[in-house]
Write a protein that binds this ligand. Sequence first.
Ligand code: 13P
Length: 336
Amino acid sequence: MSELNNIALQIISSGKGILAADESTGTMTKRLKSFNVESSTNNRLLFRETLFSSSSMKECIGGVILYDETIKQTSTSGKKVPELISDSNSIPGIKVDTGAKTLANSEEEKITEGLDGLRERLKEYYNLGARFAKWRGVYIISKKYPSQISIYSNAHALARYAALVQECGMVPIVEPELLMDGNHNSEDCFKKTSEVIKKCYEQLELHKVELKGTILKPNMILPGSDSNEKIDTSKVAEMTIKCLKESVPSEVPGIAFLSGGQTEKEATKNLNEINIKNNTNFIMTFSYGRALQQSALKFWSKDLKNLKGTQEVFNHRAKMCSLASKGEWSEKIDKI
Ligand code: 13P
């Protein structure tokens, strides 16, 4: 077990965090199309390998979450993608859920699928170089949601996934994401996130998952995107820390937040404040998708040949997130 704890710590300590580059082909196509870039296999690979071979990888990115397509690809330099990542002293990871489907008897909600055949797929990913995995449960917030069916069934699936991942010698990232969509306030987000996280740990413990060899990937506590409530970063940090302190068992080595639709700057600023105020033993870092890639993708879309420039934009963002994971970021050094 100390082996898994070591992997978890390598991914998230010393000012490092996770690059979530595990968008499914459907999601990646949406992201590329939003900047008028064709979503071809080559373009998806080129953008991703450009990030994975950036100079900031060594210092700032402890792990990269890949999608099934990417982990099997060979980069233009001739290196397999997982090797490209390991060569930067970063650890390759893999998204193993197969997506969120309509939850029977609560049709507005979703249940994440992918448990069937998972043991065999994990072995394949391990052989390809993956040493950690990700599974995302997704929850909506409103007066009546998330429902007990969603809270229970997603926690159960996350626990079964986590147990299988550890059996295969990898670290499971446990990601219960309460979406920002809706007009709920921060207090609602706090209460519902706490309930969801507590249920996840109840199930993880029931399934005998060794918590030292896991990483939690939660949302921050924020008002809904259609809410009129305005809260400052200090309040976001206080509520987020309070929620995690009360809901996450102390054996968990660290927490890597998702950005969930926050802008790059907001996600960085909030993480920085969380680390300034962090009075827990948990490492608090980032596992950002959009908040690490958005500016780089925008830059790249204007000239697909300008890989060096794209890397500079990514390096800046990765450095800002790394500083935030140590509480050392400031507005004046963040030029974007
Ligand atoms: P965002 O940071 O863009 O929310 O993506 C993180 C992720 O992996 C969602 O599952």
